[in-house]
Design a protein around this ligand. Structure first.
Ligand SMILES: *[C@@H]1O[C@H](CO)[C@@H](O)[C@H](O)[C@H]1NC(C)=O
Ligand SMILES: *[C@@H]1O[C@H](CO)[C@@H](O)[C@H](O)[C@H]1NC(C)=O
Ligand SMILES: *[C@@H]1O[C@H](CO)[C@@H](O)[C@H](O)[C@H]1NC(C)=O
Ligand SMILES: *[C@@H]1O[C@H](CO)[C@@H](O)[C@H](O)[C@H]1NC(C)=O
Ligand SMILES: *[C@@H]1O[C@H](CO)[C@@H](O)[C@H](O)[C@H]1NC(C)=O
Ligand SMILES: *[C@@H]1O[C@H](CO)[C@@H](O)[C@H](O)[C@H]1NC(C)=O
Ligand SMILES: *[C@@H]1O[C@H](CO)[C@@H](O)[C@H](O)[C@H]1NC(C)=O
Ligand SMILES: *[C@@H]1O[C@H](CO)[C@@H](O)[C@H](O)[C@H]1NC(C)=O
Ligand SMILES: *[C@@H]1O[C@H](CO)[C@@H](O)[C@H](O)[C@H]1NC(C)=O
Ligand SMILES: *[C@@H]1O[C@H](CO)[C@@H](O)[C@H](O)[C@H]1NC(C)=O
Ligand SMILES: *[C@@H]1O[C@H](CO)[C@@H](O)[C@H](O)[C@H]1NC(C)=O
Ligand SMILES: *[C@@H]1O[C@H](CO)[C@@H](O)[C@H](O)[C@H]1NC(C)=O
Length: 764
């Protein structure tokens, strides 16, 4: 049996005493409640039993066995709560063929009235002790405005997929406020420091400070804290260890007023933000006030949440360079930070995102990484998230983080961008290799910036955590499709569905060229320009990594399955996927229309006849706009693809109408300008109905008008973008007062029209 690094055990056991590991005090009531929530007609059908409960010494892989009792009951046995939930999930997906999904929601309730027995018991064993979920930024890109209902879906999704360790950031600003008030900082001081509701992740990282367009509403912070109480309780009862925040050192500037002799440094500037919003003040971990604030911070959380965890998330240099690159300094920072944590909670384990080592590898040389990690004298007191393992793993070059336990994570996307994408080879083969090559690797996890589409690729890694050889994807996709479309249809499903998914499996989802290392972006979401949009590589690539005609073929099989079997159009999973794939097909088609437009404009041979050239630009521009309008119509058929859904959620978080307008500003700003004046414009762009029609369409129309009115020799992108920015700033300030545009049509209706209008784009 593979043993965890030995010293991890005492601390783990402490966390486990109240949590996932068995023992007399662990109750399966949380799992029974999940069955009640999701399978209300089957509450009596299951029996959950903790068996072979892991002891402190044997804590390792989780195992389950699912069998049938004489009375027909489904008996789920497992070594931990997470094992029981994984066993339940395995039964539901492999035997009953139902599942719970992001966005689409739970489809567990479509299970048949009589649950099938299992002929031979289903057995499962995880190959790693930890299955981890979340990136700090997911809390802003995805869950910023979630209701409790959204959280419940999420937590059930996570628990059933075997997650047993997850970030729990919600409402932490309440703790910050209390700690800061305790040392004499005023509400104004604190308000100057905290960022707005849609940007808290980067404030928590120390990248930004303060808020533009309005201040963080303290009443909302209280609401979020109330939500956190429920989240923590739910996590615990579903066998997930919450990773709570710790005090990283970022403080309001005014700290120098209350402590004139305090030792602080300014962090580096982040992106293109002016100094008022960045260069966050960092309290020196050598300063005794650091340990004091840490103690208060952790004590308050323990008082509110109980003794629920030993894991603390703490990042000091995420996209923020240390004041000095001196190895002695770096080791001192981590040593003193670790001491502060141990003084506040002797069992604490410091969880750190390893993103900095990949994003700023020029600064983070091996010797600096070794110095920084080495500052923590006890290896098992740290847990490093190798954040982008599928494309830019750091564990090999750092010799497995110099012995610190670490988790293999799939990042997959930036900013919750939408694009069909996956690396089926790297998320199956590489984590298994890492398990065998690195003795300090203790888990697999998901570290996506936003939860977007491509759910199968996330599922694949989480299922790999229960499979010792790299998963065979052909069979995996087949089974996944069966559960995906469960509901109103007969089994077996139409062949076209399976064929469609098999085509994307070997192409769209089998990217092997890391020039595009994450979900690509649609060029229609970028500031229009005659150059630089197509074939971008790296982060936010726009290069299409597969032959677009192959996706079109898969799309036509998916759509054809519905045309031949119209009941599919009533299936929420089918609706979701058809909208998502159509979105991608139209985004790809946009590229060629755009290239034709640009070549008309830049073709010097037509310069002589301006009138003729302009009329062609107008004609081709009209096509471009028409395609965007069709895209908007397609997206508008599904609430999951609508700007009004995001804005509606944001507004409903508010406690007053003024706050609601600010919430809307936040929601609009994040997905467009990202900053008061476009500091990282379009980073978190989305192909959403309403955003396409009210933001991207006007931008492209202004571009077309600009081309018509500007001779090629006078073309000036800076001037065009500056004019556009003024309009963008106004757009972000608009309010919709939560109006939800009426759903005009179904995807079936929209597509039957679109096929006629766009036969050259939508015909194989
Ligand atoms: C968990 O399973 C993997 C794969 O079978 C194995 O290599 C490892 O030793 C096991 N770990 C423990 C702690 O049993
Ligand atoms: C518990 O241990 C027994 C005996 O080793 C084994 O047969 C059974 O499969 C185990 N059950 C689980 C859920 O691990
Ligand atoms: C940090 O920046 C602020 C604002 O520009 C400045 O007033 C302060 O002196 C700086 N502090 C340090 C320690 O450099
Ligand atoms: C902000 O950070 C940048 C980059 O490190 C630095 O050049 C600048 O001096 C900093 N400003 C302040 C006020 O500290
Ligand atoms: C601040 O740093 C200086 C120089 O490193 C040191 O002499 C001083 O004691 C420190 N002050 C506090 C309050 O830690
Ligand atoms: C590290 O901190 C100690 C005190 O904790 C101090 O004596 C030493 O000078 C520091 N070293 C560096 C390189 O900052
Ligand atoms: C694992 O180690 C073997 C042997 O040292 C090496 O060939 C292989 O590339 C390593 N795999 C990974 C994923 O690092
Ligand atoms: C994925 O692509 C690689 C490289 O082209 C190829 O070797 C492999 O067979 C493909 N795998 C699948 C499942 O399509
Ligand atoms: C997997 O990632 C590595 C980088 O770690 C890259 O070199 C390789 O091309 C990727 N393999 C596949 C199959 O995508
Ligand atoms: C990856 O794609 C780039 C850009 O299309 C191309 O230049 C390069 O040759 C490709 N690499 C491989 C290994 O196919
Ligand atoms: C983009 O890349 C594709 C495939 O490599 C190529 O056919 C096309 O010409 C490129 N377009 C531009 C504008 O570079
Ligand atoms: C382009 O426009 C910018 C901003 O209006 C201006 O500063 C710059 O001089 C212009 N460039 C040229 C080449 O005219």
């Amino acid at each position: 049996m593979r043993l965890l690094p030995p010293i991890i055990l005492p601390a783990l056991a402490a966390a486990a005493g109240v949590l996932a590991i068995g023992g007399a005090d662990v109750s399966t009531a949380g799992i029974e409640a999940l069955v009640q929530r999701r399978l209300p007609q089957h509450t009596g059908a299951f029996q959950f039993k903790l068996v072979n409960v892991s002891t402190e010494e044997s804590r390792g892989n989780d195992t389950y066995v699912v069998s049938c009792g004489d009375d027909g009951k489904i008996i789920v046995q497992g070594t931990t709560l997470s094992a029981l939930l994984s066993g339940l999930h395995s039964y539901l997906t492999n035997v009953v063929h139902v599942d719970i999904w992001w966005y689409i929601g739970s489809r567990l309730d479509v299970a048949p009235a009589t649950l099938p027995c299992v002929s031979t018991p289903l057995q499962g064993s995880s190959i790693v002790p930890y299955r981890y979920h979340f990136n700090t930024v997911t809390t802003s890109y995805t869950s910023a405005f979630w209701t409790w209902e959204d959280w419940q879906l999420q937590l059930d999704w996570m628990a059933l997929r075997g997650i047993n360790l997850a970030l729990a950031w919600t409402g932490v600003e309440k703790i910050f406020v209390e700690v800061f008030q305790e040392i004499g900082l005023t509400q104004d001081d604190i308000e100057d420091f905290l960022s707005g509701p849609a940007f808290l992740a980067w404030n928590r990282f120390g990248n930004i400070q303060g808020s533009w367009g309005g201040s963080l509403p303290f009443a909302w912070v209280d609401d979020q804290f109330q939500m956190q109480l429920k989240i923590i309780q739910r996590m615990v009862e579903l066998g997930m260890i919450p990773i709570l925040p710790a005090f990283p050192g970022f403080v309001p500037r005014a700290i120098t007023r209350v402590y004139p002799d305090v030792n602080v440094t300014n962090g580096s500037a982040w992106e293109k933000f002016p100094a008022t919003y960045t260069n966050d003040t960092f309290l020196d971990p050598f300063d005794p006030r650091f340990a004091q604030l840490q103690k208060s911070f952790i004590a308050k959380q323990k008082a509110y949440y109980g003794d629920v965890t030993s894991f603390y998330t703490l990042d000091q240099f995420n996209e923020n360079n240390p004041a000095s690159g001196d190895n002695g300094y770096l080791a001192n920072v981590s040593l003193n930070t670790w001491k502060s944590l141990k003084a506040a909670d002797p069992d604490s384990i410091w969880v750190m995102q390893g993103w900095l080592f990949s994003s700023n590898s020029a600064f983070w040389t091996n010797s600096r990484i070794e110095a920084f990690l080495g500052g923590v004298p006890v290896d098992s007191d740290m847990l490093v998230l190798d954040l982008f393992s599928e494309s830019s793993p750091q564990w090999q070059r750092t010799n497995s983080y110099y012995g610190k336990p670490w988790i293999w994570c799939q990042l997959h996307n930036y900013g919750g961008n939408m694009g069909l994408y996956g690396q089926i080879l790297n998320v199956t083969i590489n984590p298994v290799q890492a398990l065998h090559n690195s003795s300090s690797m203790v888990g697999f996890g998901l570290s996506m910036e936003g939860q977007e589409g491509n759910e199968i690729i996330y599922d694949l890694l989480l299922d790999q955590a229960w499979t010792s050889n790299p998963i065979e994807t052909e069979e995996y996709f087949h089974n996944w499709v069966t559960s995906r479309y469960a509901g109103n249809n007969p089994i077996p499903l139409p062949d076209g569905l399976y064929s469609a998914w098999d085509i994307v499996r070997t192409t769209v989802y089998n990217n092997t060229n890391l020039t595009v290392n994450a979900v690509p972006k649609a060029i229609l979401e970028l500031v229009p320009s005659t150059t630089g949009l197509v074939n971008r590589t790296g982060h936010h690539a726009t290069q299409v990594t597969y032959d677009p005609s192959v996706l079109l073929k898969a799309w036509s099989l998916l759509y054809g399955a519905g045309v031949d079997n119209p009941y599919l159009f009533a299936n929420p999973s089918y609706q979701y996927d058809l909208v998502d794939w159509t979105r991608q097909v139209l985004s790809n088609a946009f590229i060629s229309l755009y290239q034709q437009l640009v070549s008309t404009y830049t073709n010097t041979s037509t310069l002589g006849n301006i009138k003729c050239r302009n009329s062609r630009i107008r004609g081709q521009g009209a096509q471009l706009i028409a395609l965007l309008r069709t895209l908007d119509d397609v997206l508008a058929t599904n609430d999951n693809f609508k700007l009004s859904t995001w804005i509606g959620q944001a507004r409903s978080n508010a406690n007053s109408s003024a706050d609601a307008d600010f919430m809307e500003y936040e929601a609009r700003n994040q997905v467009t300008l990202w900053g008061p004046t476009g500091q990282i414009t379009d980073y978190a762009s989305k192909s959403w109905a309403g955003l396409v029609s009210s933001y991207y369409v006007p931008r492209w129309q202004m571009f077309i008008d600009y081309l018509v009115s500007t001779p090629l020799t006078d073309y000036n992108q800076t001037a065009f973008a500056a004019g556009l920015l003024q309009w963008e700033v106004t757009w972000v300030q608009q309010t919709s007062e939560g109006k939800n545009d009426d759903k005009q049509a179904t995807i079936e209706e929209v597509l039957s029209l679109a096929i006629k209008q766009w036969s050259r784009v939508l015909t194989v």
